[in-house]
Structures are given as structure tokens and as C-alpha cells.
Design a protein around this ligand. Structure first.
Ligand code: APR
Length: 240
């Protein structure tokens, strides 16, 4: 087990699994989002061009669910870790539910965007979702009346903040992956990059992962049970 101190640079990547215990569906587990929706119908630019109302209905529903969800002990443990490590901590999330920020994390990189914002397809202005009239089938831009779209990165689009993420991957001592199936790139490749540049890699996941050969320490189980224990162990043993 890696010894983590306040000087250890820890970079965390999370996926839908960390929000499962907050009641939000993952994508590829049984009963997951992709079991009831075809990605091609709701999470691609082509789908939005072809059927914007269907796409908006899918994201309006997910936003409402995210509003009902609360951070779980897994989220709270990562907030405690950032509070302990401060600038030596960074968190990349594939999730768009906003629960890491709600848990108190500050250094959060939302590489797939957020359900809590949308932007205009014409003037590209961003708006908080809570300020938009979602009664309209296709919400229109308050500034230019263009079509608004969810601020979520769709398949075939480039994730946000990749330059910043790349720099962090080259400069971390521990790279911990939590609650992701490790099948969607570029996020799925981050563990290889981090390991190549010398990081000790840790994974916390309910099921075995696709890219397990790049994982030095694997904890199988629920993030909400494992993360609090693991992070308390780091903090308590470092203070000795
Ligand atoms: N604790 C830890 N891991 C869990 C838990 C839990 N309580 N519940 C589920 N998991 C694990 C599952 O075993 C699975 O490996 O979380 C993982 C979730 O995988 P996916 O559903 O594929 O979600 P994710 O990896 O985040 O998907 C990546 O794909 O659809 C796109 O843009 C979407 O960001 C998403 C990306």
C-alpha cells in the first residue's frame, strides 16, 4: 500500500460509479442509462440535429435527478482529501451531476461538462440551467433566441480541459480512478499516461476494470465504503 503524505501529489479521476450510491444511474451497469437509451439517439451532435426535443427531454430528466441527489460518503471523502492536500490535490470527473462541487471539492475538472449549465448553439453564451425556462420543448437563448443545448460533451466531441489534464497526468505521484468502467477514451487512457510518467495507480471499483494491467492497487467494492476508510488511513498514518 502506497504511503500518502501531505506532500504527495494526488490526482483522482471519477466516473458514474461514485454517484451510484447517491441514487444516480451509471451508464453500463444493469439498468444503466445506456440500457434504456441508444447513445446515438440522445448523446451525439447528430442526435441533437435530428431530434433536439428528444435530446432535451433526456437531459432535462437527468438534470432533475441530479437536483434530487446528494453527495454520498465517497464524494465527502474526496472533499476531505482535498482539504488535507490542498494544492497537491486535483480531481477530474467524467460525471456531469455536480456532486463533487456539492460535496465541497474546489479543484474539480468537469471534462464532460455539466448538467447544471447549457449554452447557445448560435452565440455560445453559457447559462445556468436553473435560469432557463425548461417548459419550452427546445429552450431558446435569452440573448439571441438561438437554440440552447445541454453543456454536456457528446460522443464525437472533444472533452474539456484536456491540456490541463495532460499537465496533471505528467506531474502526479498517485493517480486514483474511482467508479469508472475504463472503456471511454480519452479518460480510459489517463491511467496509462500517469503510470508511464511514474505515478502509483490505484483503482476503487465495484467490478473489475478493463485496463487493470495498469493498476498497482485495486480495491473492489463500493466507493462510499472504501474511500472513507482508505483516505482516513492515509491521513491518520501520515500524522504519526
Ligand atoms: N462504487 C464504485 N464503483 C461502482 C459503484 C459503486 N457504488 N457502482 C458502480 N460502480 C462501477 C461499475 O462497476 C462500473 O465499472 O462504476 C463503473 C461505471 O461505469 P460506466 O457506467 O461505464 O460509467 P463511466 O465509466 O463513468 O462512463 C464513462 O461514458 O457514457 C459515457 O460520458 C459518459 O462519462 C460517461 C463515460
Amino acid at each position: 500500500m502506497m504511503k500518502v503524505t501531505k506532500d504527495t501529489r494526488v490526482l483522482v479521476l471519477t466516473g458514474a460509479g461514485i454517484s451510484a450510491e447517491s441514487g444516480l444511474k451509471t451508464f453500463r451497469d444493469a439498468g444503466g442509462l445506456w440500457e434504456n437509451h441508444r447513445v446515438e439517439d440522445v448523446a451525439t451532435p447528430e442526435a441533437f440535429r435530428r431530434a433536439p426535443v428528444m435530446v432535451w427531454n433526456f437531459y432535462k430528466e437527468r438534470w432533475q435527478q441530479a437536483l434530487q441527489a446528494k453527495p454520498n460518503p465517497g464524494h465527502l471523502a474526496l472533499a476531505k482529501l482535498e482539504n488535507w492536500l490542498q494544492d497537491n490535490f486535483h480531481l477530474i470527473t467524467q460525471n456531469v451531476d455536480g456532486l463533487h462541487t456539492a460535496a465541497g471539492n474546489k479543484r474539480v475538472i468537469e471534462m464532460h461538462g455539466s448538467l447544471h449549465t447549457c449554452f447557445c448553439t448560435r452565440c455560445h453564451t453559457r447559462f445556468p440551467m436553473k435560469d432557463i425556462n425548461l417548459e419550452e420543448d427546445i429552450p431558446l437563448c435569452p440573448k439571441c433566441k438561438g437554440m440552447l443545448r445541454p453543456d454536456v460533451v457528446w460522443f464525437g466531441e472533444v472533452p474539456y480541459h484536456l491540456d490541463k489534464i495532460d499537465a496533471l497526468l505528467h506531474n502526479c505521484d498517485v493517480f486514483m480512478v474511482v467508479g469508472t468502467s475504463g472503456v471511454v477514451y480519452p479518460a480510459a487512457g489517463f491511467v496509462m499516461t500517469a503510470r508511464y510518467f511514474g505515478a502509483h495507480t490505484i483503482a476503487v471499483n465495484l467490478n473489475p476494470m478493463e485496463n487493470s494491467e495498469f493498476i498497482d492497487e485495486f480495491y473492489q467494492g463500493k466507493a462510499g465504503e472504501i474511500l472513507p476508510r482508505l483516505i482516513d488511513e492515509w491521513i491518520n498514518s501520515a500524522d504519526k
